[in-house]
Write a protein that binds this ligand. Structure first.
Ligand code: ATP
Ligand code: MG
Length: 871
């Protein structure tokens, strides 16, 4: 059975059981402050489990792109070393939101595995939560046990502890016991020798968990106590690659048709066979796995970068590059060449891959190129660390510096040191790493109290497209605490005019006024689990009653101007550069806007001017906002709206149109483009290979921009004696300057020529050597040129020059090569020695070396000692 068939059968099975099949949510999560990447099928349904919104369909199934490389679920270090954990994998899942419960979930799972997929029943084990006698004091999951017992022999049911059989989303929130299904794919002979039941959950590569059925029936509160949920839910997740391994009768996920073509291509590119030697195997698996994670992330709109999710992606790619570099002998970019194979193989199930192929290749190649450069640089640095190490053990903090500042992988450092016969102080490294982790963890840690609910079952409504003020009630609130923001309150209203951060646009600020005139300030607004959460420094004295909620008008207007301008910019870029321009990122603030888009070369000034001109023409055209709040996705696409990959859209969407610009957008906009006043690009730069960034300003910010520029221009005119034509004056100055420079150069050359002649004349014979030690009035480069020219003119020469430059002392020593070899002289050692007189140090080669120091008064002393070296 091909993997494609396995996937299709899963979905059609659950369709036949009344489930609606939904698409995978993006793997990179954009607007959830609590999670960077989707790490389980249930993430996109969190709001239903929490009861924040009602699901449209009570039963759904899908295959979900997951990434487990950070936070609570982090498998990165296992990947490649074992054969069944991936960074990016597909999780097949079926869900019930307050609909069916354990009975159906268990029986259907069994039916699918044994009837449809025809897995041997005697190769399957199931586990049941055994209960816990800790604070939760939970009994065993008797319900699940009874259900399993009806279909599975008792000796194949395993009792599991809280660690394996009680699933929690986080420290708080929905949770419950679970039943895992494990499969034993060992050969019969081995199975006869060792009972499979003893290998369940023991990290055996051929006795692995394939499916987890979670029975969500509790809510964990901030104080750690559990309460029963009013509605019970089912959440299941099955590893697609593991399932394919079982059904295709192979012993490793990497031997399935999902990975084989990739591995074949790696073998061809690197000339290293898979399956011969373990270190090579691991490296090949790492590369085959990681390119998937990287490609899917880029397709979802997340490029490698220096912070946040982008940094996680960069580290994954670097791990692959580094394994290739060390174990597959690749010192040129090669991973990008796998994209073609990946797209051929997965492009049908995930069209975003095909669409973004070129970008994925370019970005990956560029990253490879630059990290290989870093590795080379790191090798040089490591060399110097080794040289300066006394003894045979390299300090952990030096290795950490290499790791932290240059991204040089620690295992590579350890390997190289080992090859050179050095030890690494691994404990010191771990300590430095831990210290850094603690610093960043405590900076980002946030603790949340329980919600205090004032009004139950109230629907929440956003009215901010039309109004900046509304009468509101506080539905619920809670206290949160973080290092960064200190203590804050989160408030949810029944109605709100406040826009929550999203689609690149910042959240609204403003205030809440009680009937008695008391005011609290709203400092930010964010969306969490489909609720609009307002952040405030304190609570109103009285939380019940109604309030006037008021959005900061000025900030909102400026932000709206920037958001509309972003749409016009997007449209203008497509007109000027072509339809390949796609949005890759956007930030809409009140003070500026930033827009990242795919395009392969730097924009020339004429193009930027043309883009600016088009946008401003549309501002002048006074185009009115035409929006449709809630139309079917199909209809919006038919109208020509542009949808973004990696964005999660509902069944109905909002379209925003200004003239011919039409986009799917939830943001706030001006009523008429004339409100933008003016648009000005302030910078254009590269973000990654094939991705450009434009920063621009509008409205008040443009006024300020011109005022500041005008002021600067007036000052310049003043400096140029109130010239009428400052450009002409500056050009004249530049010409004059160039001429003066030429004159100075000629003069200096003449001076040096004279000096060279003088010095050669002053040279004396000391102990059979042409010797000179003298203070000169030159800089370091001048001295270097001079001694080399003298060396051309005379053999058998020893010259030491000293000079004072900007309060610092400089020494330059030149010894004719033959002389240095003959008398075993070393200019490097000599300047180090003489450097003591000027309180400094230096070095170089045996025939030429320099030293610098902070004590010019010692120059004469140093010159005086020079003779000693040839006596
Ligand atoms: P394991 O103990 O094997 O790491 P898990 O307990 O972390 O699994 P769950 O969180 O229950 O797994 O995820 C549900 C299913 O997803 C698992 O049964 C497994 O088949 C699959 N799965 C989990 N992690 C990975 C991974 N890193 N790569 C591939 N499949 C995975
Ligand atoms: Mg796991």
């Amino acid at each position: 059975m091909t993997s494609q068939q396995v996937r299709d059968q899963f979905l059609s099975f659950f369709k036949s059981k009344g489930h609606t099949i939904v698409p995978s949510a993006p793997m990179v999560i954009k607007d959830d402050p609590t999670l960077m990447f989707t790490n389980a099928g249930m993430n996109q349904f969190k709001e239903y489990f929490l009861g924040n919104s009602k699901p449209k369909h009570p039963r759904v199934a899908d295959t979900q792109k997951c990434l487990r490389v950070s936070g609570k679920h982090n498998d990165l270090e296992e990947v490649g070393k074992d054969t069944y954990h991936h960074t990016m994998f597909e999780m097949l899942g079926n869900w019930s939101f307050g609909d069916y419960f354990k009975k159906e979930a268990i029986n259907w799972a069994w039916e699918l595995l044994t009837d449809v997929y025809r897995i041997d029943k005697d190769r399957l084990y199931v586990s049941v939560f055994e209960g816990s006698d800790d604070a939760d004091n939970l009994g065993m999951d008797k319900e699940a046990f009874a259900l399993w017992k009806a279909i599975v022999p008792k000796d194949r049911i395993i009792m599991g502890s809280k660690k394996d059989n009680f699933w929690e989303m986080g420290d708080q929130g929905p949770c419950g016991p679970c039943s895992e299904i494990h499969v034993d794919i060992r050969p019969d002979a081995e199975r006869r020798k060792v009972d499979g039941a003893t290998l369940v959950n023991q990290d055996h590569p051929q006795v692995v968990e394939i499916w987890n059925l979670v029975f969500i029936q509790y809510n964990r509160k901030a104080d750690g106590k559990l309460e029963d949920l009013p509605e019970k839910h089912i959440d299941t997740g099955m590893g697609f690659e593991r399932l394919c391994m079982v059904l295709q009768g192979v012993h490793s996920n990497y031997d399935t048709d999902i990975f084989k073509p990739l591995i074949r291509e790696i073998e061809i590119i690197t000339g290293k066979p898979y399956g011969k030697d373990e270190a090579t195997n691991i490296a090949i698996r790492v590369v085959a796995d990681h390119i998937r994670a990287v490609a899917f992330s880029i397709a979802d709109g997340q490029l490698p970068s220096n912070t946040g999710a982008g940094y996680v992606i960069r580290r994954i790619l670097r791990r692959a590059i580094r394994y290739g570099f060390t174990f597959l002998d690749t010192n040129k970019p090669f991973i990008h060449r796998l994209v073609k194979v990946l797209v051929e193989q997965m492009g049908d199930a995930f069209p975003e891959l095909r669409k973004e192929k070129q970008l994925i290749e370019n970005v990956t190649k560029e990253e490879e190129h630059s990290f290989l450069g870093t590795l080379e640089q790191g090798l040089v640095l490591l060399d110097s660390i080794i040289k300066s190490t006394k003894g045979k053990k390299v300090a952990g903090d030096r290795a950490f510096e290499l790791y932290d500042t240059y991204g040089f992988p620690i295992d590579l450092t350890a390997l190289i040191l080992q090859e050179r016969g050095y030890d690494l102080d691994m404990e010191g490294f771990e300590a430095a790493l831990q210290e850094q982790k603690n610093r960043s963890r405590s900076a980002s840690e946030i603790s949340k109290g329980d919600w205090t609910v004032l009004h139950k079952d109230v629907t929440q409504e956003f009215v901010g497209y039309d109004k900046l003020e509304a009468e509101v009630k506080i539905v619920k609130y809670r206290k949160v605490k973080s290092k960064k923001e200190g203590e804050q309150y989160q408030l949810v209203f029944n109605v709100t005019p406040f826009y929550a951060e999203g689609g690149g646009q910042v959240g609204d600020k403003g205030y809440l006024e009680a009937a008695n005139g008391d005011v609290i300030y709203i400092v930010d607004t964010k969306r969490e689990n489909n609720e609009i959460v307002h952040f405030a420094e304190n609570l109103p004295k009285e939380t019940s009653g109604t309030f006037k909620a008021v959005v900061d008008k000025k900030q909102r207007e400026r932000t709206a101007a920037n958001h509309t301008a972003t749409h016009l910019l997007h449209q203008a870029l497509r007109e000027v550069l072509g339809d390949h321009v796609e949005q890759k990122g956007s930030a809409v603030h009140s003070k500026y806007l930033r827009f990242d888009f795919s395009h392969f070369s730097k924009l020339i000034p004429e193009q930027l001017q043309e883009v600016e001109r088009i946008v401003n023409a549309r501002i002048d055209a006074q185009l009115p906002l035409e929006e449709k709040r809630s139309i079917p996705m199909q209809e919006a696409m038919a109208e020509g709206a542009i949808a973004l990959f990696g964005e999660k859209y509902g069944d109905t969407v909002r379209t925003v149109r200004f003239g011919q610009s039409i986009e799917l957008c939830g943001g706030t906009h001006v009523k008429n483009t004339a409100d933008i006043w003016h648009f000005k690009i302030v910078s254009e730069s590269a973000v990654a290979a094939g991705v450009r960034r434009i920063e621009a300003i509008t409205s008040d910010a443009v006024k300020e921009f011109y005022l500041t520029n005008n002021k600067a221009l007036n000052e310049i005119k003043n400096l140029l004696n109130n010239t009428k034509d400052p450009v002409k004056s500056v050009v004249a100055l530049q010409e004059e300057n160039a001429q003066l420079k030429k004159q100075v150069e000629t003069l200096l050359r003449d001076k040096a020529k004279n000096l060279k002649g003088d010095l050669l004349n002053e040279m004396q014979e000391v102990n059979g050597v042409n010797f000179l030690a003298k203070k000169v009035d030159l800089d370091a480069a001048g001295m270097k040129d001079l001694v080399f020219e003298m060396g051309q003119a005379k053999d058998n020469m020893f010259v030491l020059l000293g000079a004072e430059n900007n309060g610092k002392a400089l020494l330059t020593c030149y010894i004719s090569k033959e002389l240095a070899a003959e008398r075993n002289l070393n200019a490097g050692a000599i300047v180090r020695e003489l450097g003591k007189h000027i309180q400094g140090g230096g070095g170089g080669q045996p025939f030429f070396a320099t030293a610098g120091g902070k004590n010019p008064a010692g120059i004469q002393e140093a010159l005086g000692k020079a003779e000693d070296f040839i006596k």
